[in-house]
Design a protein around this ligand. Structure first.
Ligand SMILES: [Mn+2]
Length: 197
């Protein structure tokens, strides 16, 4: 299959299961294309050993969702698994350690500092508010020292690692902050997922 075919399958699934619209153009980046943050699905065909980055969201009852996952085709290269675990653990660390009143720059730092420990970084924000528009205020980035974590904030946590011309991995959930806890609003598995090619 090509990246475009995968994107079309996902779009049709969302629109056939209650979504009234897509929240943004679905991203499907396979192989090297996964290293591009806003990879537009193209004609590249999925191959054995590939990594496939998906970033997708839709609109239900006027509100947007935003989720990123990666899939592995047939097997997982050890380097992919190593990077995957760093990204996932940085996201988990952030989810567990967020506290009410924390500056959003500090929220970004929870995840980013974990990734930096391994010698990597990512040149986008850790996340953003989500509502009637998918990229809503506030932004959760090193620059946002003004806004703070507060009750009922709906936002994304989307750390990633991108190795130029090789591959990239981003894991993203839309979550809500409630009574001091981060509650994921999407429940897609984050276990290493291998698809038979
Ligand atoms: Mn996002």
């Amino acid at each position: 299959m090509t990246e475009i075919q995968i994107a079309k399958l996902m779009d049709n699934y969302m629109l056939s299961n209650g979504a009234t619209a897509l929240a943004f153009d679905t991203i499907v980046g396979s192989g090297k294309n996964s290293s591009l943050i806003h990879s537009k699905p193209g004609k590249r065909r999925i191959k054995s050993g590939d990594i496939v980055q998906l970033d997708f969201g839709c609109v239900v009852d006027g509100y947007c969702s935003d989720t990123s996952r990666v899939l592995f085709i047939d097997y997982v290269m050890p380097e992919y698994k190593r990077i995957y675990d760093i990204v996932l653990n940085s996201q988990k660390k952030c989810m567990h350690e967020i506290k009410e009143g924390m500056k959003l720059s500090a929220v970004d730092e929870l995840s980013r500092s974990y990734i930096k420990k391994y010698g990597y970084n990512f040149n986008h924000a850790l996340g953003h508010g989500v509502g009637k528009v998918v990229h809503d205020e506030p932004v959760i980035s090193p620059k946002n020292t003004k806004d703070k974590m507060k009750e009922n904030l709906v936002f994304t946590i989307e750390p990633g690692i991108y190795l130029e011309n090789k591959f990239g991995i981003r894991i993203e959930d839309t979550v809500v902050f409630k009574e001091g806890k981060v509650i994921p609003l999407n429940h897609t598995s984050k276990k290493i997922t291998i698809i038979k090619g």
